[in-house]
Design a protein around this ligand. Structure first.
Ligand code: DUC
Ligand code: ZN
Ligand code: ZN
Length: 482
């Protein structure tokens, strides 16, 4: 097994930025020591990386991706092969993808399908959540089995998409009770789907068909209301741990903050698109161009949201950054769900409700949240905590993942803060999409070297990994509960 030494770097964890050397032995981190501590063993190392002036961080953990998700009559365009390779390019060494069960389908069939898609394909390690799109006696039983035997301890339910993934309140309550019994986490897509469907039909009847109406018909109070309802149901269900996915709105965040203030095991994630993108600059672009940014929850208006005045007058984005600092938002994920413009987004030409929902971003999360550090919104420690350590703890993978510590998997990224990265289809772009939602963004910092279990994946601007390196991670219960 190869021995590697990363020396002279600044090692970042949630509790500090410390000059340390990192010794890797095979697939594991063997030791972390003061600079020069491993000098005597340097000769015996197969590779020595000089990280002078660079950061050494745990490999990113993206706990919300959708490779090949069936949606809107098509499939998300990244396979596990292409999507996991793009993740590696972005300094991500673990993804947790969403296996799918829809109404009338068998949970085990859905899970087997996800294993089939991923096995032997991934460049990095991977795990699964299970979407339960049809809550019934059988799927409730299966939730228990998956938690106890399959390493799947989190289940995503939808309050949106009636007729597709939607569960009504009674079904949600039952699934929450089951999760409470077996210690699992409920992940919630919190938007009031039936009300949204009415607004969508009314907009279309008025001839409002452009992509921007996707956001107008999903106003933030409908995210806040669903978030509140999910919190109430989780309380009634015996305080089951609840994790609200892809939070986009300040008024929804207030609901989570209030629950957390009351000591509840209620958590939330947001995604780079909600922290950086505005409706005006993306979805609101003329013609059909805006379809590239159709995702749910939607990208929101910067200053002119008639429904919401931010706590300090700075709108949704300012509140989301504040929420990240305050741990009202514990995690940043991507909700990576890419669709090409040609033939996929185009399915919604003339009818925004038929545009497949999703943005590709698995490659750019680490880079984009690092911009929060550059902009003074977050500390370096909080960047690593929200993108690496907490996701691993939240979903039962710590300390195998998410931290640079002796005994942990040697998933390590050397990060160069002195270089810039240009994102774009002809620049840095490895996802299987014909456009980039982040086209033209020039950002500070760069992924320099990426290790997954001691194997180099990215080196000198080259991908040197291989499909099939990535292993399935059987997860335990959440380690983040109060
Ligand atoms: N939101 C998206 O944007 N895409 C897939 C599913 C979802 O909830
Ligand atoms: Zn969702
Ligand atoms: Zn999602």
């Amino acid at each position: 097994m190869a021995k590697l030494l990363i020396k002279n770097g600044l090692v970042i964890s949630p509790t500090g930025v410390i000059a340390n050397d990192v010794l890797i032995d095979g697939e594991k981190i063997a030791a972390v020591g003061a600079p020069g501590w491993f000098e005597s063993s340097e000769q015996g190392c197969d590779k020595v990386i000089d990280a002078k002036g660079k950061y050494v961080i745990p490999g990113g953990v993206d706990v919300h991706t959708h490779m090949e998700l069936p949606f809107g009559g098509t499939f998300a365009s990244d396979t596990f092969e292409t999507g996991s390779r793009a993740a590696a390019w972005g300094g991500v060494t673990t993804i947790v993808d969403m296996a799918v069960q829809r109404y009338g389908e068998n949970v085990f069939d859905g899970l087997a399908e996800w294993h089939r898609k991923a096995t032997g394909e991934c460049a990095i390690d991977y795990a699964f959540h299970q979407i339960i799109g049809g809550v019934d006696d059988q799927s409730l039983k299966d939730m228990k089995y998956l938690t106890e035997h399959e390493g799947i301890s989190s289940f995503k339910l939808f309050m949106a998409y009636p007729g597709v993934f939607y569960s009504d309140d009674g079904q949600i309550l039952k699934a929450m009770q089951t999760a409470a019994e077996c210690g699992a986490m409920i992940m919630m897509h919190a938007e009031n789907g039936p009300a949204i469907d009415v607004l969508v039909q009314q907009a279309l009847a008025r001839g409002e068909t452009d992509p921007r109406y996707h956001s107008y018909t999903r106003p933030s109070p409908l995210e806040a209301e669903a978030t509140h309802r999910a919190i109430v149901l989780s309380h009634v269900a015996g305080n089951v741990p609840l994790y609200i996915v892809h939070m986009s709105a300040g008024d929804a965040l207030n609901e989570v903050a209030a629950a957390r203030h009351n000591g509840r095991n209620v958590f939330a994630e947001t995604c780079p698109q909600y922290l950086w993108m505005t409706l005006e600059e993306t979805l609101g672009q003329p013609g059909f161009e805006g379809s590239k940014w159709v995702c749910s929850t939607p990208v929101r208006s910067r200053d002119h949201d008639p429904h919401y005045i931010g706590q300090m007058g700075h709108g949704h984005q300012g509140d989301l950054w504040k929420g990240l600092r305050m741990n009202e938002l514990a995690v940043v994920s991507t909700d990576h769900c890419p669709f090409c413009f040609k033939d996929q987004k185009e399915l919604g030409l003339g009818d925004f409700s038929k545009i497949p929902n999703g943005i590709g971003g698995v490659e750019h999360r680490m880079e984009l949240i690092y911009q929060g550090v550059v902009a003074g919104e977050l500390t370096l420690e909080r960047w690593v905590e929200t993108c690496c350590t907490t996701p691993a703890r939240m979903f039962g993978m710590y300390p195998q993942k998410g931290i640079i510590a002796p005994g942990s998997d040697a998933d390590v990224v050397v990060w160069d803060p002195n270089t810039k990265t240009k994102i774009g289809i002809n620049d840095k772009h490895h996802m299987n999409m014909d456009h980039s939602a982040w086209e033209g963004w020039v950002i500070d910092g760069k992924v320099d070297t990426v290790f997954s279990r001691g194997t180099v994946l990215i080196d000198n601007d080259q991908y040197v990994g291989r499909k099939g390196h990535g292993k399935y991670i059987k997860r335990g219960l959440s380690q983040y509960l109060v």
